[in-house]
Design a protein around this ligand. Sequence first.
Ligand SMILES: [Zn+2]
Length: 96
Amino acid sequence: MITTIYICDRCKHKQKGHHTPRQMWEIALVYDTPTLSYTHSPLAVRQKQMWCRTCMEEFLILPSTQKPKPPPPPEPPTLEDIIRELIIHTVEEIQS
Ligand SMILES: [Zn+2]
């Protein structure tokens, strides 16, 4: 049995399948100008890389599949905050 391991050219992530839900993506930089076409250049083919889904999402080439993290819970009051609140409350009671 032969197992092919795909390795991300950017982060070196390894996975067995190419067509899994987290498939690898071939990526290359190509451009055309009125006088120069890089798209059909042999350099474009040589500089093609394979990136994992995580790298594609990190560079915003694919939409993120990660759920946003919930905001952190508020910080509990410090002892100083509690003492300050007690003093304010006590002063307000005395004045009323
Ligand atoms: Zn990667």
